[in-house]
Design a protein around this ligand. Structure first.
Ligand code: NDP
Ligand code: MG
Length: 385
């Protein structure tokens, strides 16, 4: 069998490095065609040495010059258009989008437009432009396969029935590091919020998990990926992160996917879907599981969830505004500019302040993204005065 060529975008991050772990394990099936990072020169250099891709991308132009000098045989790209070139590279069979934030949107669009299989961890592109991406995938006849563990679980559970037989999607949420704890959200430090109990992830998603904004984004992601209306999507807190999500069918059956929490599993499933391959991940030892517990995830306790449902109800550019505002707020918290408790409230204020556009061309979405970012930067400055 000819090895499938993969573009690994965001190769130096948490999901990117785990994708390379999976590819290393199945080197007879997969070959790295390209790697891409923003600024981690040393790690991307190490990856180029090991995987010998044909192309590489580093956002920063000066760092790209260094990379070219180090690897004269490799085609090195940088700047705004480079990621898109990697995503639509003729040689590529599969694009893994493991970029964090809104920067993942254009590469997702380029991959789908070029008819590539898009395995995406980047939920932000679906939150911002789910309708456009899904309709484009329909036109080019390609598949968008989620890497997010909840959505991977849903995809697997969905194989048990037809779309019209689904009555509900139940997304599980660990609740993050503070669930059930008595915490002073005003004095909380970034290090505390970055310390997720079950998963080791990049900083943005770790903070999003602590505020539940991650689950909020995932509700929107599930809506677009699976074409399920918001009123049929629920969230339940499940602190052990063993059940990754559940599909409920009209006959009352609930099909769940369970495994130890390890992102290499959904990464591998996305690459091999609908097949399964052996992996290095041990199956659960059920006798050793102490307990599986579930708690309601109500929108009063977790206002971020309420914002997701509100954004879906409003539609248009509202989810893009939510996404952009959150990205700025999380950065501001990580840089000590705002308190943890202000993340969600500022996002809410931003959503209430910016005019929503109901036509949703890509231009409208990018425009909403920019406007929300500007609003947030000003709002945060104002607050500091
Ligand atoms: P990380 O912060 O660990 O990694 C982000 C990656 O994106 C890095 O390789 C970074 O490069 C790269 N990057 C950022 N901006 C650009 C850019 N403009 N051009 C090229 N590369 C860029 O994030 P995660 O791996 O945690 O998350 C990635 C995505 O996966 C997010 O959307 C997240 O929500 C999602 N996800 C992550 C999970 C996890 O377990 N980590 C689980 C489920 C979903 P550099 O290193 O040089 O900065
Ligand atoms: Mg997830």
């Amino acid at each position: 069998m000819k090895a499938k060529k993969i573009a690994v975008l965001g190769s130096t991050g948490s999901i990117g490095t785990q994708t390379l772990d999976v590819i290393r394990m199945h080197s007879d099936r997969f070959k790295v065609q390209s790697v891409a990072a923003r600024s981690n020169l040393e790690l991307i250099s190490k990856q180029i040495k090991e995987f010998v891709p044909e192309k590489a991308f580093i956002y920063d132009k000066d760092l790209a010059c260094v990379l070219r000098a180090r690897f004269p045989d490799i085609f090195v790209l940088s700047g705004e258009d480079g990621l898109c070139m990697l995503a639509q590279d003729r040689e590529v069979d599969i694009v893994v989008n493991a970029i964090v934030g809104a920067s993942g949107l254009i590469p997702s669009l380029c991959a789908v437009r070029a008819g590539k299989r898009l395995c995406t961890a980047n939920k932000e592109s679906l939150v911002m432009a789910g309708e456009i991406l899904m309709s484009l995938a329909g036109q080019t006849g390609t598949k968008i396969i989620p890497i997010d563990s909840e959505h991977s679980a849903l995809l697997q559970a969905m194989l048990s029935g037809s779309h019209s037989e689904i009555s509900r999607l139940i997304l599980t949420a660990s609740g993050g590091p503070f669930f059930g704890k008595d915490v002073d959200y005003d004095t909380l430090k970034p290090e505390q919020a970055l310390n997720h109990p079950n998963w080791s992830m990049g900083p943005k998603i770790s903070i999003d998990s602590a505020t539940m904004m991650n689950k909020a984004l995932e509700v929107i992601e599930a809506h677009w990926l699976f074409d399920i209306p918001p009123e049929k999507i629920d969230v339940v807190i499940h602190p052990q992160s063993i059940i990754h999500s559940i599909v409920e069918f009209v006959d009352g059956s609930q099909i769940a996917q369970m495994s130890i929490p390890d992102m290499k599993l959904p990464v591998q499933y996305a690459l091999t879907y609908p097949e399964r391959l052996e992996s290095t991940i041990n199956a659960l030892n059920l006798e050793e599981l102490e307990e599986l517990t579930f708690y309601p995830a109500d929108r009063e306790t977790f206002p971020a969830l309420g914002l997701a449902f509100k954004a879906l109800e409003i539609g248009g550019t509202a989810p893009a505004i939510l996404n952009a505002a959150d990205e700025i707020a999380v950065n501001a918290f990580l840089n000590g500019k705002i308190r943890f408790s202000e993340i969600t409230s500022l996002v809410q204020e931003c959503m209430n302040s910016i005019k929503i556009t109901h036509r949703i061309s890509l231009e409208d979405i990018l425009d909403a993204d920019r406007t929300a970012r500007d609003w947030m930067v000003e709002g945060i400055k104002e607050q500091a005065r």
